[in-house]
Design a protein around this ligand. Structure first.
Ligand SMILES: *Cc1c(COP(=O)(O)O)cnc(C)c1O
Length: 393
């Protein structure tokens, strides 16, 4: 099956790989952009005579291969796998790495759907989990059960509280216990952070977010460097079948080509927004790892290129003030999801994280989460200013 192999040296820069990896012009037609191979099956030249390994599109499809090679190159891994959604990638990964009776450590702040999958799908299947704060290395170490824990799972920055996990320190914690470190890199994207280069074993993405970048596709991905792990994932990707279709793979690949420039603008705009929010009395806390006062700032500065486009903040006026602010925004669109070119605002407690209510992952009611887009920063700041002004009346 076609898989990414690292280019011969010299290795190309990130921005070049985003545009070239997996995307060489088509040798037959010269098409500069990879084609959408809308086909389920492939003609065989005699029984078993496959052309370039393509047999059936659940197993492999050239458009998906192009995306997988690009994702692997951008994450500095050797093997990429594209899925129908981020949660499909997570499910396939957990059933590949774990068996009933195993134990995993999960973050105390995470995407609500990830927690729901652990709690309602994998725990009933027999997978035990402990919850630990990812920013506290000692707490994660204490939650690991050597011999039983198969995965330490982190997000960094976390969704929605923007906690920062020290990836290399947690890789050591996981490896000391014979476990693997899985990093959900959705919030950072590979442009801002490459967990495999810091010791992580598996990178997870919801490519729905920054990788796709235009809020027009649902997708997920896994990237690994280890050949043995890749072989097991290749088998399960096909056996479980939650693969990305060619149209969706093409959209995510189109998004990846501009990832670097988008992430730089997202980070610039988030900085403007975070700085503005710190000046407002209605705001009791601004959660953005780029702020020097953020508890994870130093670790983020060490392992991330920039601090990203996600900003959360808390309202002194409590939950009703938070709901009022999100409803009064006009340039920020009130919607779930994140990572697109357009700015979004939401109330995690009642929206993306409603599924963690009553769990150790419950989020504060006074919290607002922003996905800061790439519009004019002045417009974004003005919109938040009017929403906060109204909230005080
Ligand atoms: C959205 C998201 C997911 C789930 O991805 P889907 O593509 O919606 O299935 C997982 N992790 C994080 C951090 C997310 O934001």
């Amino acid at each position: 099956m076609p898989q990414h192999r690292p280019e011969d040296p010299p290795r190309l820069g990130f921005e070049t790989l985003a545009i070239r990896a997996g995307q060489e012009p088509d040798p037959r037609t010269g098409s500069v952009v990879p084609a959408i191979y809308a086909t389920s099956t492939y003609k065989q030249d005699g029984v078993g005579g496959l052309r370039e390994g393509y047999e059936y599109s659940r197993s492999a499809n050239p458009t998906r291969t192009a995306l997988q090679e690009c994702l692997a190159a951008l994450e500095a891994g050797r093997h990429g796998f594209a899925f129908a959604s981020g949660l499909a990638a997570e499910d396939t990964l957990l059933r590949t790495l774990c068996k009933p009776g195993d134990h995993v450590v999960i973050p105390d702040d995470a995407y609500g759907g990830t927690f729901r999958q652990f709690a309602t799908v994998h725990e009933p299947w027999g997978l035990a989990y402990s919850v630990a704060p990812v920013a506290d290395v000692d707490a994660v170490r204490a939650a690991v059960e050597p011999g039983r824990t198969t995965i330490v799972w982190v997000e960094t920055p976390t969704n929605p509280l923007l906690d920062i996990a020290d990836i290399s320190a947690l890789a050591a914690v996981a490896h000391d216990a014979g476990a693997l470190l899985v990093v959900d890199n959705t919030f950072a994207s590979p442009y801002l952070q490459q967990p495999l280069t810091l010791g992580a074993d598996v990178v997870v993405h919801s490519t729905t977010k920054y990788c796709g970048g235009h809020s027009d596709v649902i997708g997920g991905a896994l990237v690994v460097d280890d050949d043995g792990l890749a072989e097991r994932l290749t088998f399960m990707h096909n056996a479980m079948g939650a693969v990305a279709g060619p149209f969706d793979a093409w959209l995510v690949l189109r998004g990846l080509r501009t990832l670097a420039v988008r992430m730089d603008r997202h980070s610039d705009n988030a900085e403007r927004v975070a700085d503005f929010l710190t000046t407002r009395g209605e705001v009791s806390a601004v959660l953005w790892p780029g702020l020097p006062g953020h508890p994870g700032h130093d670790v983020a500065a060490k392992q991330m290129r920039r601090f990203g486009g996600m900003v959360s903040f808390r309202l002194a006026g409590g939950e009703q003030a938070a709901v009022d602010v999100v409803e009064r925004c006009q340039v920020f669109t009130l919607a779930e999801s994140l990572g697109g070119v357009e700015s979004l605002v939401e109330h995690p407690g009642r929206m993306t994280h409603a599924s963690v209510a009553g769990s150790p992952l419950e989020v504060p009611g006074d919290l607002v989460r922003l996905s800061v887009g790439i519009e004019s920063a002045d417009d974004l700041v003005a919109d938040l200013a009017q929403a906060l002004d109204d909230a005080t009346r």
